[in-house]
Design a protein around this ligand. Structure first.
Ligand SMILES: [Zn+2]
Length: 221
């Protein structure tokens, strides 16, 4: 745990913060700790620390199958969404550097991760969409905008049928409305959507992309 400045750790018994890591005991009530106890306390403290710093030094990354990389590269991170194809992890920017290693050293079984400041969609209008049966503020895609413009020049009965801003799930919206399919681009649009809607990227996936597997599963049977 070297190099990490974290919040204080507290005794599980008396909640005192007078913990000696060297003596592995609480100096207030005298409880002694096992290695495992200490590890738990440190993990807990680290997670508190991340939450305290939210929005400052913590980043959300979009990833897939990153668990082994997190473990083997000893990255302190919290998995905040775990889907079939995508995960969202929260970690300190300083920890992110551990993932930023030479491509030649990156193992196949480590999955992938992307970060983004945002997308290039900011010029597009933001409208109310329905995704996964829930309302969300989202960008109109370029194709919709072009069709709308073209429609203005056409007689009524020749106009394009423009759909009603409704998608089954988040990734469908991103693919069909925005036309993005690469993880980096998906990450960028998700960063924007999270910002626009005032929620975290993990919540974005939780709310607008969850249960698609369940639905597909029931459709198969
Ligand atoms: Zn104690």
């Amino acid at each position: 745990m070297s190099g990490i400045k974290m919040s204080k750790i507290y005794c599980a018994k008396c909640e005192s913060d007078k913990i000696s890591l060297d003596q592995m005991k609480c100096l207030n009530c005298g409880s002694s700790f096992t290695d495992e106890d200490i590890q738990d306390l440190l993990t807990e403290a680290y997670e508190d620390h991340l939450r305290e710093q939210e929005g400052l030094n913590v980043v959300e990354i979009l990833a897939g199958g990153l668990d082994k990389a997190i473990e083997e590269l000893d990255v302190k991170a919290i998995k905040t969404f775990d889907g079939e194809k995508y995960q969202v992890w929260e970690l300190a920017k300083s920890e992110l550097k551990k993932l930023d290693i030479d491509e030649s050293k990156w193992k196949d079984e480590w999955g992938f991760w992307r970060t983004a400041e945002g997308s290039n969609m900011s010029g597009n209008p933001i409208r109310r969409y329905t995704i996964n049966n829930k309302h969300i503020k989202a960008y109109d895609g370029d194709r919709r905008l072009i069709n709308e413009e073209v429609n203005k020049t056409l007689p009524v009965d020749e106009r394009w049928d423009i759909d009603n801003r409704k998608y089954g799930h988040l990734l469908e919206y991103i693919s069909e409305e925005i036309g993005a399919s690469q993880p980096g681009n998906i990450c960028a649009i998700c960063v924007d959507l999270a910002k626009i809607n005032g929620i975290k990227m993990s919540a974005l996936f939780e709310k607008y992309n969850k249960n698609i597997m369940a639905k597909q599963g029931s459709g198969m049977s």
